[in-house]
Design a protein around this ligand. Structure first.
Ligand code: HEM
Length: 414
């Protein structure tokens, strides 16, 4: 009987100890650690909005985002940071360029400086790792190469890289064009049966469908039967693509200044500039995240282990310090001498990231959009519908909150 009593005391004592340890850990996470970090960052001149227990700075962020989501911008306004990331706007105005904020109990530093961004993104030591997202985000983003770290990432990246070489991409152009021609035929049919021979199309949805179609039919392979018929369409770009496909057999011919190549280069250069400027002002990836895997020196700051660092691309891309007073104007010519010469710092444009984790699909994406635009612009004229509301929003990537209704009119000649 006595023995049982001792065992009971012992078990109860153990349970109390475990409970106390858990309570202390919780206090460390929600109180002491935030307090200690706030003090340590303050000493380095980094301040930020007040931390509230468990919720961090999320409540203020939610309120600001909710209010911003109600705002409709002027169609010509490209100063969209106030709408897509109003909390960063508010906090940087109050606490300066680098500030501390809290995603719940997770500390995070926001930067928008190309020098610091370069240091983080070009790091190969593993000090700035990809954060491990919680299961809610993973269910959207998937657990692909973009989420891996260390040897797993090296292995996945080296397996995927060969799928995106220039020659492989060139071979994909046929399938990309086939998907686009399908979409074009559909638009033409819809315009033909419409009253005024034009049709209003919601472009966001349409392009999501097309992207999905292109990716399943090209990059990741499918048993899609190549529909030779679609290439009867005698469009200029396909001709050029086919002409340059000869590159695979005549090494170096794509560099010869033939009339076809010259026209192609000019077209490509103009389109490139327009696309880069669009990506600068409306970058689909709004911010790039890393997490310090150990205490690390970033510029003049000492960042402890386990802190998120967010590089706010939306702000970096419209910083007047680097892009000039017209930073919020749409001016493709700033890219006339290439990306590295477009601003006062070569890394002020990070639409596809940089360094070892630079976007793997960058060439694929640029090729696709150039091809699709060339095919569309030869066949249709486009006008923004009067129903359009300029409301870019943050849905993990940048999207149009109310879509992009567009009036599409087939051109007579095609
Ligand atoms: C306009 C379209 C696109 C934009 C703006 C874009 C942007 C980006 C950015 C900024 C990163 C770097 C993220 C970081 O540093 O944490 C990235 C990474 C990545 N992108 Fe893209 N991307 C685009 C299209 C694509 C496409 C079409 C694919 C695949 C077919 C792709 C595959 C990837 C992969 C696999 C990574 C992760 C690379 C790694 O962690 O090693 N992207 N992208």
């Amino acid at each position: 009987m006595m023995v049982y009593t001792y065992v009971g005391y012992f078990a109860a004592g153990l349970a109390v100890q475990v409970l106390v340890a858990k309570i202390l850990k919780l206090c460390w996470i929600v109180l002491w650690r935030p307090y200690a970090l706030i003090k340590s960052f303050e000493k380095q001149g980094i301040k930020g909005p007040s931390y509230s227990i468990l919720h961090g700075t999320l409540p203020e962020m939610k309120t600001l985002l909710k209010a911003a989501n109600e705002v409709i911008l002027d169609t010509n306004c490209h100063d969209i940071a106030q709408r897509v990331q109003p909390h960063y706007n508010r906090w940087s105005a109050e606490y300066g360029e680098v500030f501390l904020f809290w995603r719940g109990v997770q500390p995070a530093i926001r930067i928008a400086d190309p020098k610091l961004a370069k240091q983080i993104l070009s790091d190969k030591s593993g000090a700035y790792a990809q954060p491990q997202f919680d299961h809610r985000l993973l269910s959207f983003a998937g657990n692909g190469v973009g989420q891996l770290n260390g040897p797993d990432w090296v292995r996945h990246r080296s397996i995927l890289t060969p799928a995106f070489t220039r020659d492989k991409l060139k071979l994909m152009t046929k399938r990309m064009a086939a998907c686009t021609i399908d979409m074009i035929d559909d638009w033409k049919n819809r315009a033909r049966i419409a009253d005024h021979q034009y049709v209003t199309i919601e472009m966001s949805e349409e392009f999501k469908k097309l992207t999905c179609d292109v990716i399943t039919h090209t990059a990741f392979g499918s048993n899609y039967v190549e529909g030779g018929e679609v290439f009867k369409a005698q469009d200029e770009l396909i001709h050029h693509c086919v002409a340059t496909m000869a590159d695979l057999y005549i090494p170096g011919s794509r560099f010869l200044p033939t009339p076809s190549n010259r026209q192609m280069w000019k077209m490509e250069n103009n389109l490139n500039m327009v696309l880069l400027e669009t990506l600068r002002l409306y970058c689909p990836v709004l911010e790039t995240l890393r997490e310090t895997s150990r205490a690390t020196k970033l510029g003049d700051f000492l960042i402890p282990k386990g802190v998120f660092i967010t590089i706010q691309l939306v702000q970096l891309h419209r910083s007047k310090e680097y892009w000039g007073e017209d930073a919020n104007d749409f001016n493709p010519l700033r890219f006339k001498n290439g990306v590295s010469q477009a601003a006062k710092h070569p890394n002020a444009f990070l639409g596809f990231g940089m360094g070892p984790r630079t976007c793997l699909g960058q060439n694929f994406a640029m090729l696709e959009v150039k091809l699709v635009l060339s095919l569309l612009l030869q066949r249709f004229s486009f006008f923004l519908s009067p129903e359009y509301k300029h409301a870019p929003a943050n849905y993990l990537t940048m999207e149009a909150q109310y879509g992009v209704p567009t009036i599409v009119k087939p051109l007579l000649s095609k």
